[in-house]
Ligand binder design. Structure first.
Ligand SMILES: Nc1nc2c(ncn2[C@@H]2O[C@H](COP(=O)(O)OP(=O)(O)OP(=O)(O)O)[C@@H](O)[C@H]2O)c(=O)[nH]1
Length: 610
C-alpha cells in the first residue's frame, strides 16, 4: 500500500519538472490527490507540519514567511540517516535541517524576489526518514486579514485566491488548522473549507494550541464533533510553544510530551488514542492511500486521454525527423514529391488554377492579336510609302515583289508582342501555382526552409522554361517571315483583276500603276495573307508554350533540384529540414509529456494491481 503514495510523489515531481502545477486544462497534477495545509497566520501550520515530520525545517519569522506553496513529500525509509532533497537542486542531499530552512527561504526569494510578493509555483521538498510516514503535504501561505508594511493591499485577496485554487480541487484533502484558543466560528481555515467542501468529506479539522486554552475551558465540543461537524474526526494537537522553540526543545521530545499531555489530560484522556501529531500523520497517510486507490481508474483514464491528445497533436505538427543523412534525403525527396503532386493536380484540374492557362490561349492571345495595328500598317498611305521605297529608283514592272515582302515582314513582326505576352502570362500562372501548391502541401508546413528552397528551385526552373518558350515562339513568328506560302500568291494571280471603272481614275498610266485601287489591292492581299498567318500562330503559339513551359513544368520542375540535393552534405540536408523553433520546442515538450504519462501509466500498472 505504501508504494501508492510513493508513486503519486513520483508523478507529482515529474509534473513540476514539466511545469505542470495545475492551471489551464485538466492536468495530471490536478488529478492527483494531495493534502493541503490551510489556516490563518500563527494558527500553528508550520508547527503541525514539523511535528508530523518530526523535524525543524520550516522558515520562521514575522509576516508572511510561506510565500510559495511548499510541496512536502515524506518518504519512509527502513533505517539510516535522515536527509532532505529539493527538486530544484536534485544532486544535493541536506542532512542539516537548518540548511533546509535556509534553502526554502532562498528558493522562495528566487522567484518572488525579496519583496513580500507571493507566487503559485511550488517548491518541492522530499524528506527521507525512518520517522515519517509516506505522505505528501502542501504548505500554503497563511490566510491573513490585513496587509503588513511593504505588502500590496491585494495580498490578502491574493493569498486567499492562491489557497483556494489548491483546496477547491476535488482531489485535494484539506488539513484545516484552527487554534483552540480562538472561537472555532471565526476560524479562517474552517471558513474556507466550508466554502469549497460544504459536506466536509475531504476536510480534516486540526485543533492546535489546546494547552493555551483558558483555565476551566476545554475543546471537547469541537473534538467530539459537536461544535462543527465534519465527516472525519477532529484531531487535537499540542505543538511546541514559542518558549520550547527558543529553548530548542527536540522534536522527538516534543512528540513524547504531547503524547503524555493527552494521556494524562482529564479533559482528553478518553480521546488520547485519536489525538496528537503522530496519530494525525497516520490518519492522513491511510486516508491518502484510500483516496489514491479510488482515484486510480480516473487517473489512468486521464493519462490515456492525454496520451491520445498529445499523439494527435504530434501527428498534426509532424513527428521528429530522422538523424541520418540517407533518411533525411529520403524525407526531402518525399516532401518534394508531395509538393509536385499538388502542383500537378492544379495543372490537371484536380485543383483550380490550371484553367487559367487555357484562359491565356482562349482569351488573352486572340484579344491581343485582334488589337495589332494592321489597319495602320496597311493603310493606303503606308502601302504606297513602303512599295515606293522598296522599288527604289526603278519602279516595279509587273508586281511589287519587294514591297509585298516588306509589308508582310513588317506585319509579321507585330506578332512577336502577343507571342511573348502569352509566354509571360503562362509563366505567371505557373509561378502562382507553385506558390499555392507550397502553401497547400500540408507535409511542408513545418519546414519553412525547405519550402523556400523548393519555391526558389521551382521558380528558377520556370524561368528557364520561360526563356526556352520565348525563343520558340519568336522562332515560330520568324519562320513565318522566312518563307512565305507560295500557293497563296499563285492563287491571287489566277483571280481576275477587277477592271477599274471608266473615268474613275482620270490620271495617267503611271499614276494608275500606283493608284488607290492598285494600292488597296496590295493592302488587302497582304492583309489576307497576314490573317492566314495570324490563324496559324493563334494555334501554334499555345502549342509551343505548352510544350516548353507547361509540359516541362509537369515533367521536370524539380529535376535540377533533385540533382543538387543528391550531392549535398548531411549538414546541408539537416539545415534544409530546419523547422520553426517554436514548433520544435513544442514537439520536445510533447515528447517529454508523453514520456511522463507513459511511465506514469506503467508505474501505476505495476503498483496498483499488486
Ligand atoms: N503552546 C503552544 N504554542 C503553539 C502551538 N502551536 C503553535 N504554537 C506557537 O504559535 C506560534 C505560531 O506557530 P506557527 O506554527 O509558526 O504558526 P503558523 O500558522 O505556521 O504561522 P505563520 O507561518 O506565521 O502563518 C509559534 O510561536 C508556536 O510556537 C501549540 O499547540 N501550543
Amino acid at each position: 500500500m505504501e508504494s501508492l503514495i510513493g508513486l503519486i510523489n513520483k508523478i507529482q515531481r515529474a509534473c513540476t519538472v514539466l511545469g505542470d502545477h495545475g492551471g489551464e486544462g485538466m492536468s495530471l497534477w490536478e488529478a492527483l490527490p494531495s493534502v493541503a495545509v490551510v489556516g490563518g497566520q500563527s494558527s500553528g501550520k508550520s508547527s503541525v507540519l514539523e511535528s508530523v515530520v518530526g523535524r525543524d525545517f520550516l522558515p520562521r519569522g514575522s509576516g508572511i514567511v510561506t510565500r510559495r506553496p511548499l510541496v512536502l513529500q515524506l518518504h519512509k525509509t527502513e533505517s539510516g540517516s535522515e536527509y532532505a532533497e529539493f527538486l530544484h537542486a536534485p544532486k544535493k542531499r541536506f542532512s542539516d535541517f537548518a540548511a533546509v530552512r535556509k534553502e526554502i527561504a532562498d528558493e522562495t526569494d528566487r522567484i518572488t524576489g525579496k519583496t513580500k510578493q507571493i507566487s503559485n509555483i511550488p517548491i518541492h521538498l522530499s524528506i527521507y526518514s525512518p520517522h515519517v510516514v509516506n505522505l505528501t503535504l502542501i504548505d500554503l501561505p497563511g490566510l491573513t486579514k490585513v496587509a503588513v508594511e511593504g505588502q500590496p493591499d491585494s495580498i490578502v485577496e491574493d493569498i486567499e485566491n492562491m489557497v483556494r485554487s489548491y483546496v477547491e480541487k476535488p482531489n485535494c484533502i484539506i488539513l484545516a488548522i484552527s487554534p483552540a484558543n480562538q472561537d472555532i466560528a471565526t476560524s479562517d481555515a474552517i471558513k474556507l473549507a466550508r466554502e469549497v467542501d460544504p459536506s466536509g468529506e475531504r476536510t480534516f479539522g486540526v485543533l492546535t494550541k489546546l494547552d493555551l486554552m483558558d483555565k476551566g475551558t476545554n475543546a471537547q465540543d469541537v473534538l467530539e464533533g459537536r461544535a462543527y461537524r465534519l465527516q472525519h474526526p477532529w484531531v487535537g494537537i499540542v505543538n511546541r510553544s514559542q518558549a520550547d522553540i527558543n529553548k530548542n526543545v527536540d522534536m522527538i521530545v516534543a512528540r513524547r510530551k504531547e503524547r503524555e499531555y493527552f494521556e494524562t489530560s482529564p479533559d482528553y484522556g478518553h480521546l488520547a488514542s485519536r489525538m496528537g501529531s503522530e496519530y494525525l500523520a497516520k490518519l492522513l497517510s491511510q486516508h491518502l492511500e484510500l483516496v489514491i486507490r479510488q482515484r486510480i481508474p480516473s487517473i489512468i483514464a486521464l493519462i490515456n486521454k492525454n496520451i491520445d491528445e498529445l499523439n494527435a497533436e504530434l501527428d498534426r505538427i509532424g513527428r521528429p525527423i530522422a538523424a541520418d543523412g540517407g533518411a533525411q534525403l529520403y524525407m526531402i525527396l518525399e516532401l518534394c514529391r508531395a509538393f509536385d503532386r499538388v502542383f500537378k493536380e492544379h495543372l490537371d484540374g484536380g485543383r483550380p488554377g490550371g484553367d487559367r492557362i487555357y484562359g491565356v490561349f482562349d482569351h488573352q492571345l486572340p484579344a491581343a492579336l485582334k488589337k495589332l495595328p494592321f489597319d495602320r500598317h496597311l493603310s493606303l498611305k503606308n502601302v504606297q510609302k513602303v512599295v515606293t521605297e522598296a522599288d527604289g529608283y526603278q519602279p516595279h514592272l509587273i508586281a511589287p515583289e519587294q514591297g509585298y515582302r516588306r509589308l508582310i515582314d513588317g506585319s509579321i513582326s507585330y506578332f512577336k508582342g502577343p507571342a511573348e505576352a502569352s509566354v509571360d502570362a503562362v509563366h505567371f500562372v505557373l509561378k502562382e501555382l507553385v506558390r499555392k501548391s507550397i502553401a497547400e502541401t500540408v507535409e511542408l508546413k513545418r519546414f519553412p526552409t525547405l519550402s523556400n528552397d523548393i519555391a526558389t528551385a521551382a521558380n528558377e526552373a520556370l524561368e528557364r522554361f520561360r526563356e526556352e518558350s520565348r525563343k520558340t515562339v519568336i522562332r515560330l513568328v520568324e519562320m513565318e517571315s522566312s518563307y512565305l506560302t507560295v500557293d497563296f500568291f499563285r492563287k491571287l494571280h489566277t483571280e481576275p483583276e477587277k477592271k477599274p471603272e471608266k473615268n474613275a481614275n482620270p490620271s495617267g498610266p503611271n499614276n494608275d500603276r500606283l493608284g488607290d485601287n492598285y494600292l488597296r489591292r496590295i493592302g488587302s492581299n497582304v492583309n489576307a495573307y497576314i490573317n492566314m498567318v495570324c490563324d496559324t500562330l493563334k494555334n501554334t503559339i499555345p502549342k509551343a508554350v505548352v510544350y516548353c513551359q507547361v509540359r516541362e513544368a509537369k515533367r521536370s520542375l524539380l529535376s535540377n533540384f533533385y540533382a543538387q540535393i543528391g550531392r549535398r552534405e548531411k549538414e546541408r540536408l539537416s539545415a534544409m529540414l530546419d523547422e520553426d523553433p517554436q514548433l520544435m520546442e513544442r514537439r520536445t515538450q510533447i515528447a517529454k509529456r508523453l514520456e511522463l504519462y507513459k511511465s506514469a501509466r506503467d508505474d501505476i500498472d505495476a503498483v496498483a494491481w499488486k
